[in-house]
Each structure stands twice: as structure tokens, then as C-alpha cells.
Design a protein around this ligand. Structure first.
Ligand code: AMP
Ligand code: ZN
Length: 496
């Protein structure tokens, strides 16, 4: 790997956008995407380093358990970003890591090793756990129409690169060995807290009392690059290194894997908001110290999916997975629509009631599109006007709910069915809602419309305590081969 000459003021690079080639957008591609950048805390025009090309990195899952639908909210919105960029004509290369080593339950090098915890829970080896949950993650992604990134790299496949980076950081004076571990020395940076602009002292306010301090650290915010002697003697995965048998810290993997596949300059880095500190802060620290220049211009962070207890997580509240939603009778793509209807920078509150309403809306939408006939000519002016409105919505800091409003407006517009079908196909490239995949029981839009109408009437009858009418509607539908099921989340139906 080629290193550029070290410069004096690391992380100060983060203040102004750099362009590796000083490139402007080429003719033929309109650069009109605007996106919120967590680094500058502003919505900014998106200008990649290389003309027409986007280098994008996503922090992948820690594969010690199934992904919950909160994790998947982040991946749905990142998928939307990637597809929007492709829709605008960019050639996107997207890389994702798989965290199969080094992630502790506390993000600041405290707590249990997550992979070990998973292996103990299931009486399996760490690699068995990693393999199983990596496959499960991509199965969930498939159900949610999340595209697999161009490169997917497990952390355990890059140990040599991690060692090389740690060694370089030691040589450059940004790291030190203490008590057998190697630490990054944050005091060597002009501005370690690039995202918050906070000082060390400010950040200490509110630090959890129960986080045990690692007495090896020279500064409170230093973090582990390589563990050898640590509390995890039982660590299954260990590798030879210049510092003894050990394993990498969590943050180093994303720096190495992204530089390995995307080179020294990256355009946009994605993750959930909880990744901002310490994970992304530490990634910037070590990558820029290693490279000697600014590394990534745009940082895209998705806000959390919450439930009644707060941020959805794997360790508290109901552990909501895609399979669980399916067991309860929901179509995973209704969940995708639920996510797209809300802006990625706003927290999103999950409830079954909201999802049920979204599923009803989803079914109506899909049936409306299924009812469009291959008739008439394409009305070019209207086609282009709607395509522009759709792209404009997404270019406005990824306003996905506005993009869906454009879809609804388009379906109501007075124009040929063929124009509408072609527009829906075009929007589907980005939305990926399965707009043209009608479920078996929904193949007949007239039947669907009728069943939905009768369900509404039955619900109204029940509300008015007219149980005779409600039962009669159920019996009538049953005679037509339609089974109704009253669930906590609303009425569901299927063909017998
Ligand atoms: P993990 O598997 O814990 O490494 O997390 C995978 C991704 O999910 C990361 O980008 C996290 O920031 C993100 N994430 C975790 N919890 C949530 C949540 N409740 N809502 C949205 N994204 C989340
Ligand atoms: Zn990461």
C-alpha cells in the first residue's frame, strides 16, 4: 500500500472537503444531489472525488445474532442512498465489512466480546456463529430488497492488513504499547472529536459510572488497536503479531477494509447514529493518522428505530427480526415502505399498529400498479416531468417520503397506463418495494379491492356493536374462500 507523505495537522483535514483529483462533475451528469454531512452538520452538494464515480463504505453487522429491524432500518436507508446515486448516473462501488471479531458489548473497549457471547449462548464455535448469522443477515436483506454491496469482507480475512496499519501507526508515533495491548494515542491529534467538536472534559460529563477504566490507557479517549493481554483469555480467535498472539480492536477493521478496497480517498461513509462516537471518530483518527491526509468527505448517519423502551437493541425489549414479522403475517416489504415513509435523519417509532396501516397502504399501492394496463403511448413530457420530480425529492437530502408522494401523485395523474407503468418501473429501481410483484392472493386486483372494502365494513359493524352484520361478512368471505384472522395488529386475510 502506498502511503502519502505525512502532514502536520491531522484531522484538521476534516474541515475542508478534499478532492483527490480536483474533479468536477463531467458533462452529461448533473450534480444536484444534496446530502446532510455529519462532519460539517450541514446539507451540502454531493461532489465525489472522481468524476462520475462514488466510493461508498458501510459498517456491516456484528454477526453474533440476528439483525433486528432497527439495524435493518439503517441498511434500508443506505441501500436507498446507493440506488439513488446509481439512478443519478454515478458508478458506485460499495464496500461492507462483516464484524466477526473484536466488537465488545461496550463500544469503548469495555464489556464482553460479542462474538464470544454468541458462541457460548449457542454452544458453537465463533466461526460457526459468524457463518450462520452472516447468511441470516443476507437472507433478511434479500427479503427487504437490500442490494448486496459490491464487496463484502469479513474482518477475520484482513488480519495482515490490520497488523500493517497498527505497525505503521506505531512507527509514526500515533500508537503505543502498554500492558501487552497496542493503543491509539488520541493526544497526538489536533482535533480528535471531529463530529462533536467537544473537548475531552465536556465528553466526560455523563460518562457511565460502571465503565471500568483501562489503566493502560494514557488518555481516557485512547482506544485499543490490538489486544494481546486482556480480560478475554478465552478468546477463541487469536493471531500471531509483532506484539504476541492477539486480535484486533473493532475500529481498525473498517479503516483497513475500506482503504484496501476503495483506496486512500473515500467519498461517503455510512452507519447508524450510534456509530458516530466512538466508532467513526476512531476510524477517522487512525485512518488519517495512517494516510497523512483527509480520508472521507461525507458521513451519512441513519437515526434509530425506537420502540416504547427507547432505541431498539438486541438485548432489551422484544427482539424484532424480519422472520418474526413474517411469522406474524407481515410482508417484509411493508416494513421497507414504513422506513421509506420517514426521513432517515429522524428517529422512527415502531408499532404493530403503524406497520399494519402501512401494510394496508402497501397492498393498495401494489394492486393499483397491478391494475395498470399495457395501453396507450408513453407521454414523453409527463414521463420526464415526473422522473425529474422523483429525482429532485431524493436529491433533497434523500427525501424518500416525498419521492413516494411523487409516486402516488403520478398514479392519480391523467395520463396513459403505459406512461404510469414505465414511471413506476423507473421509480422501482430506487424504491425496490416489489411494486410489480403481486402476491398470489393479490393477483386479482378486483378481488383485493372487494375484500379490503368488506373488511372495512366488518370493522365498522363491530365498532357499532352490530355483530350480526360483522359475522355475516366473515361468513360471506369464507364462502368465497377468503379466511379472515383477527390479530392484535389488525385484520389479516388469506386465501384458504
Ligand atoms: P451492529 O450489528 O450492532 O454492528 O449494528 C449494525 C448497524 O445497525 C450499525 O450501523 C448500527 O449503527 C445500526 N443500528 C443499531 N441499532 C439501531 C437502531 N435501533 N436503529 C437503526 N440503526 C441501528
Ligand atoms: Zn465500521
Amino acid at each position: 500500500m502506498q502511503l502519502t507523505k505525512q502532514q502536520d495537522s491531522f484531522i484538521l483535514f476534516a474541515k475542508a472537503n478534499v478532492s483527490a483529483h480536483g474533479a468536477q462533475m463531467g458533462a452529461g451528469m448533473e450534480n444536484r444531489m444534496e446530502i446532510y454531512n455529519s462532519l460539517t452538520k450541514k446539507v451540502e452538494p454531493f461532489v465525489p472525488n472522481e468524476d462520475g464515480k462514488v466510493k461508498m463504505y458501510t459498517c456491516g453487522p456484528t454477526v453474533y445474532h440476528f439483525a433486528h429491524i432497527g439495524n435493518l432500518r439503517s441498511y434500508i436507508m443506505e441501500d436507498l442512498l446507493e440506488k439513488t446515486l446509481r439512478y443519478l448516473g454515478y458508478d458506485v462501488k460499495r464496500v461492507m465489512n462483516i464484524t466477526d471479531v473484536g466488537h465488545l458489548s461496550g463500544d469503548s473497549d469495555d464489556g464482553e466480546d460479542k462474538m464470544l457471547k454468541g458462541a457460548r449462548r449457542e454452544h458453537k464455535t465463533v466461526m460457526e456463529i459468524a457463518g450462520f448469522y452472516t447468511d441470516a443477515f443476507f437472507e433478511d436483506c434479500k427479503k427487504l430488497h437490500i442490494k448486496r454491496p459490491d464487496v463484502v469482507e469479513p474482518a477475520t480475512g484482513c488480519i495482515e492488513e490490520f497488523i500493517h496499519m497498527v505497525q505503521t501507526l506505531l512507527e509514526k508515533g500515533f500508537a503505543y504499547e502498554m500492558g501487552g495491548n497496542v493503543y491509539f494515542d488520541t493526544s497526538k491529534l489536533a482535533n480528535y472529536h471531529v463530529f462533536s467538536g467537544q473537548t475531552e472534559e465536556e465528553l466526560l460529563v455523563g460518562v457511565r459510572e460502571d465503565v471500568e477504566e483501562d489503566s493502560n490507557k494514557k488518555n481516557k479517549s485512547d482506544f485499543v488497536l490490538w489486544f494481546t493481554k486482556s480480560k478475554f483469555d478465552a478468546q477463541e480467535l487469536k493471531w500471531e503479531s509483532p506484539w504476541g498472539m492477539g486480535y484486533p480492536g473493532w475500529h481498525i477493521e473498517c479503516s483497513c477494509i475500506s482503504i484496501k478496497h476503495l483506496g486512500e480517498y473515500m467519498d461517503i461513509h455510512c452507519g447508524g447514529v450510534d456509530n458516530i462516537f466512538p466508532h467513526h471518530t476512531n476510524e477517522i483518527a487512525q485512518s488519517e493518522a495512517y494516510l497523512g491526509h483527509k480520508w472521507c468527505n461525507y458521513w451519512f448517519h441513519v437515526h434509530h428505530l425506537n420502540d416504547q423502551t427507547g432505541k431498539m437493541s438486541k438485548s432489551k425489549g422484544e427482539f424484532l427480526t424480519v422472520s418474526l414479522l413474517e411469522e406474524k403475517g407481515y410482508n417484509p416489504l411493508a416494513y421497507r415502505l414504513f422506513c421509506l415513509q420517514s426521513h432517515y435523519r429522524k428517529p422512527l417509532m415502531f408499532s404493530y399498529e403503524a406497520l399494519s396501516n402501512m401494510e394496508t397502504a402497501y397492498n393498495k399501492l401494489v394492486n393499483k400498479i397491478a391494475g395498470l394496463r399495457e395501453e396507450g403511448e408513453i407521454e414523453q413530457d409527463k414521463f420526464e416531468a415526473y422522473q425529474k420530480r422523483f429525482a429532485d425529492a431524493l436529491c433533497d437530502d434523500l427525501n424518500s417520503s416525498m419521492a413516494i408522494t411523487v409516486l402516488y401523485d403520478m398514479l392519480k395523474e391523467d395520463m396513459t397506463d403505459r406512461t404510469k407503468r414505465e414511471l413506476a418501473k423507473s421509480f422501482e429501481e430506487v424504491l425496490s418495494l416489489g411494486l410489480f410483484a403481486v402476491r398470489k392472493e393479490e393477483e386479482d386486483p378486483e378481488l383485493v379491492a372487494y375484500v379490503l372494502k368488506r373488511i372495512e365494513e366488518r370493522t365498522a359493524a363491530k365498532k357499532a356493536k352490530d355483530f350480526k352484520t360483522a359475522d355475516a361478512i366473515r361468513d360471506e368471505l369464507s364462502a368465497k374462500g377468503i379466511i379472515l384472522e383477527d390479530t392484535r395488529e389488525g385484520v389479516k386475510w388469506k386465501k384458504a
